[in-house]
Design a protein around this ligand. Structure first.
Ligand code: ADP
Length: 256
């Protein structure tokens, strides 16, 4: 009997896997993932998005996808597709409104199923929207799949940065290169008067990125249009492609 292969495995047909991670929840990791996926598609890349945020899978809503994924052969699962993005979400495999109360081994099983049993097809990039923090899912991904790199999303707030640092440390320990950091909710511009306010402070992520020697990929403002677009099922990269916010994501995608 052949021994089980050890260590991180390449997934046939998938060129690169990029993890999108954050130390804390609610900092905009899913918003960034959805926009980045659409931006990559707009740049002509074949892109997939695996929503592995078991505690709050938001990609079905953000990408405007619903329904149960089909499994014609009872073994493999067909992914969903919208805005040029091939996607699968743990949220499509559980009932809406139902809490995921799985323990570690079940989470790992679900992640492996989404990686290996979904018919991703040929992809240039598979983005993985991870749960916040340094838990089982992130570790399993890094240990089982050949992850090319991780992007860390944080707000400029100290408490968020503190946790982001732990995430970076975890990826470094698992030999996953940090591709860069994205500062989300960087500044807020009042839609009435244009006044700019730094709700969560400003520049914290830039300072941190410099300290760690990793690139700051983008600064994304706290912006009503970004929130409205995601809630409506089409990220701002799709709804307002000419906006500065959308262009920021396009720039990150181009260099990825
Ligand atoms: P996470 O994945 O880190 O938990 P989400 O992407 O789900 O965070 O974002 C949390 C909430 O904040 C969502 O309601 C989202 O629409 C909103 N949000 C995220 N980023 C922005 C932004 N730059 N401007 C406005 N709202 C945002």
């Amino acid at each position: 009997r052949k021994a089980e292969p050890e260590g991180p495995q390449k997934i046939p047909g998938i060129d690169r896997i990029i993890a999108i991670a954050s130390g804390k929840g609610g900092v905009g990791k899913s918003t960034v993932s959805a926009n980045l996926a659409c931006a990559l598609a707009a740049e002509g890349r074949r892109v997939g998005l695996l929503d592995a945020d078991v505690y709050g899978p938001s990609q079905p809503r953000m990408l405007g996808v619903s329904g149960r994924p089909a499994s014609p052969d009872g073994k493999t699962i067909l992914p969903m597709r919208n805005h040029g993005v091939t996607m699968m979400s743990i949220g499509l495999m559980t009932n809406e409104g139902q809490a995921v109360v799985w323990r570690g081994p079940m989470l790992m099983g679900a992640l492996q199923q989404m990686l290996n049993q979904v018919q991703w097809g040929a992809l240039d990039v598979l983005l993985v929207d991870l749960p916040p923090g340094t838990g089982d899912v992130a570790m399993t991904l890094a240990q089982k799949a050949d992850v090319s790199g991780a992007i860390i999303v944080s707000t400029p707030q100290d408490v968020a940065l503190l946790d982001a640092r732990k995430g970076i440390d975890m990826f470094q320990q698992l030999n996953v290169p940090i591709l860069g950091m994205i500062e989300n909710m960087s500044t807020h511009i009042c839609s009435n008067c244009g006044h700019e306010e730094h709700v969560f402070g400003h520049g914290g992520v830039a300072t941190e990125a410099e300290k760690l020697g990793v690139p700051l990929l983008a600064e994304v403002p706290l912006d009503l249009q970004i929130r409205l677009a995601s809630d409506g099922g089409a990220p701002i990269v799709m709804t307002q492609p000419e906006s500065a916010q959308a262009q920021a994501f396009r720039t990150v995608a181009r260099d990825l």
